[in-house]
Design a protein around this ligand. Structure first.
Ligand code: ADP
Ligand code: MG
Length: 660
């Protein structure tokens, strides 16, 4: 008889998944795929062990539910038998008398309620005979369906070593059908998910949790149900099957199999290791007794939170009580009667191993996670895979994602935070600049208005004071006063024209120019005191650029004048010209007093000056700012005014596009 294995056993509630990767870690066959940060069970790879359901704290995985099918069977005309797995005392620990539980199950509408452990008795006998015959050669127990799937899919070469025997559930089904006819429908009730897809011989499989749900729905309780005993055939030692080493105890009744001929491994890590070592040949002469869970009593279909040893003790207690009261003759007679039924089972290999991944692809996936050398392989297991290489090959096969790597994700987060900080800084700078521009625009409007209004009256004052001066006789003291008026009126005119310059909104007129000659010329057009050394340093390969020559000349001469004014006791003024394909940079350095830190952000504000009355207007840098902006350029200032920190002085850099 071969297996059908197409039912999906575990389903995923995607939006409940909180990407902890615990299911990936706990899945013995890596049947869980992470797509867009959400876990999904791949049915083809799943062995139905139910680990993922057990460990998911968010309830994002749920098993195939069979209650509706069972309800349908129960409401049909057919005779229905409930075959209860021998782990029931572990699950229904609170019901001290098993007959109450049997009574409760009968109330659901089952015609027969029997123990699967009679099937276990038969199967144990068959194992014993098998082991007696094959004393030299080892084999692998086939009573746990998850183990059977695991071998068929992931160690297909080992399928021939599976004991060719039916599971206790199937054996019991065959017994019941022999006893009550082939039309009998059989519902197995136990602790296991994988059983739901084990065979077509059993009509439906319920878990203990589902059984509890059915009781709840119909308000069937231990205090409102009558006791009733299991139907025949009655079992013996087979009841101990579901606890750790259960198969060994029951199958070794005549103590013909020495302990050292047996390897007992349970749980998702141990059973895999045992199979691997068996496959490698080291323990090929041993009988492997394997269970996917830590004994069926901890199966995923049991209620969560059960204590393993309390459960084990409950089964033990039930068995010893049963063996005390057993009618040995009747039992042996029934065993003999059903020993003739066919207990064979064949298993076919069905390779579901993934194609091997190429080394290059794995390395590429590792690199994508920032892992370049062995030191980068932290093997922290946070992704659910034991090693970084395993994770990388899972990425290559499409089962995993790069983002699952925790160290990588943390590093990426740090990068993002840094980038964010940089953007924030940039934003703050841009904001400050914007504020400055706005301020300048307002100032510009205001000053243009004032300048325009002042220009005419000033002209009148200048003209009349000049006329008066011409008319005043030589030596008249009024002449001195008039002279002062003319002088101050001139000064006013200068301020006004400065204001107009600052405020003018006209566009730049770009002209091709040689910036080296141009800047050298700017140095010649200012008055340089003797105590100031002027150094010209052109460092540019291609001096040709397009600038508004008149306005840019104002920029340079204003900067030069400021520099000279900052060096009343002498010093040196250096003008450098640099450039690349895109930009021209004028660098003007002086060894003057420097600009105190607190003045730095006021420099470009109109009328900001530190110079004494009559000397500075505070419009120079504001004007420069406007002109450079019109050239789509920028200004940088570095200055030190504290002799304790280092030599004092200021450097202005004017950076403008080549304008080509
Ligand atoms: P003004 O020269 O009329 O004072 P500016 O706008 O040209 O107006 O300059 C504003 C102020 O910036 C100056 O008063 C001075 O305090 C400061 N400043 C400008 N350039 C320099 C420099 N090279 N060294 C020191 N301080 C400077
Ligand atoms: Mg100035």
């Amino acid at each position: 008889m071969s297996h059908s294995y197409h039912k999906q056993l575990v389903f995923t509630l995607k939006d409940r998944c909180r990407v902890c990767f615990t299911c990936v870690r706990e899945c013995p066959v890596k049947a869980i795929k992470i797509i867009n940060g959400q876990a999904e069970v791949i049915n083809d790879r799943c062995i139905g062990c139910g680990n993922c359901v057990k460990v998911c704290s968010q309830g994002a995985k749920y098993p195939l539910l069979s209650i509706p099918e069972v309800e349908r069977l129960l409401s049909s005309e057919d005779k229905i038998a409930a075959c209860i797995a021998p782990s029931f005392p572990a699950e229904f620990e609170e019901i001290k008398d098993h007959r109450i539980l049997v009574g409760m199950i009968r109330r659901l509408g089952f015609d027969y309620v029997t123990e699967v452990s009679f099937g276990a008795d038969l199967v144990a006998q068959a194992y014993e005979n098998n082991m007696k015959e094959k004393r030299i050669e080892g084999d692998i127990s086939s009573d746990c369906p998850a183990i059977v799937y695991f071998i068929r899919h992931y160690h297909p070469e080992m399928v021939g070593y599976l004991a060719p025997l039916a599971s206790p559930m199937v054996a019991m089904t065959r017994v019941m059908k022999k006893k009550h006819g082939e039309n009998l429908k059989v519902v197995f009730i136990g602790p296991c998910f994988a059983k739901k897809a084990e065979t077509n011989e059993v009509d439906e499989v319920l878990t203990f949790r589902e059984l509890r749900d059915m009781f709840l729905q119909r308000d069937i309780r231990s205090d409102n149900s009558d006791p009733s005993d299991f139907d025949a055939p009655h079992s013996g030692k087979g009841s101990i099957f579901p606890i750790s080493r259960g198969l060994y105890y029951t199958a070794n009744s005549q103590e013909v199999i020495p302990e050292e001929h047996v390897v007992i491994a349970e749980g998702r890590v141990n059973f895999k290791e045992a199979i691997k070592e068996f496959e490698e040949g080291d323990i090929r002469d041993k009988h492997l007794m394997l269970l996917c869970c830590e004994g069926c009593i901890m199966g995923p279909g049991t209620s969560p939170g059960g204590k393993r040893f309390v459960r084990s003790a409950a089964v033990g207690k039930y068995v010893s009580k049963k063996l005390e009261n057993i009618d040995l003759n009747a039992w042996k007679q029934e065993l003999a009667e059903y020993s003739k039924i066919d207990l064979s089972q064949t298993f076919t290999p069905e390779d579901r191993r993934l194609a091997p991944t190429s080394k290059e692809e794995v390395i590429k996936a590792l690199n994508a996670m920032g892992k370049y050398s062995a030191q980068d392989h932290l093997n922290c297991g946070a992704c659910g895979y034991d090693t970084c290489v395993e994770h990388a090959s899972a990425i290559v096969t499409g089962l995993a994602e790069t983002e699952m790597c925790l160290p990588y994700a943390i590093e990426k987060l740090h990068d993002s935070i840094n980038n964010l900080n940089v953007s924030n800084e940039k934003l703050a700078k841009a904001k400050a600049q914007l504020k400055q521009s706005e301020k300048l625009a307002h100032m510009g409007q205001l000053s243009a208005g004032i300048a325009h209004e002042l220009n005419n009256p000033l002209g009148v004052i200048t003209m009349y004071s000049n006329i008066l001066m011409d008319e005043a006789p030589e030596g008249d003291p009024v002449r001195d006063d008039l002279n002062l008026i003319v002088e101050q009126a001139d000064r006013c005119k200068k301020i006004v024209s400065g204001l107009l310059n600052f405020a003018r909104k006209n566009q730049v007129t770009m002209n091709e120019t040689n910036v080296v000659k141009f800047s050298e010329h700017s140095l010649n057009s200012i008055v340089k005191p003797d105590n100031i050394k002027v150094i010209f340093e052109p460092r540019i390969a291609d001096p040709n650029a397009k600038l508004d020559i008149d306005q840019m000349m104002q920029v340079l001469t204003n900067l030069e004048k400021n520099a000279i004014e900052a060096m009343p006791d002498g010093g040196s003024l250096t003008l450098g010209v640099e450039g690349d394909a895109e930009e021209i940079t004028f660098i003007l350095s002086d060894t003057g007093t420097g600009i105190p830190k607190e003045n730095m952000d006021k420099l470009f504000t109109p009328f900001f000056t530190t110079k004494e009355m009559g000397k500075g207007t505070g419009l120079g840098l504001a004007l420069i700012y406007g002109i450079v902006k019109m050239h789509k350029g920028k200004i940088q200032v570095d200055s030190n005014s504290d002799p304790l920190v280092g030599p004092t002085g200021t450097t202005f850099r004017i950076i403008v596009p080549r304008g080509k």
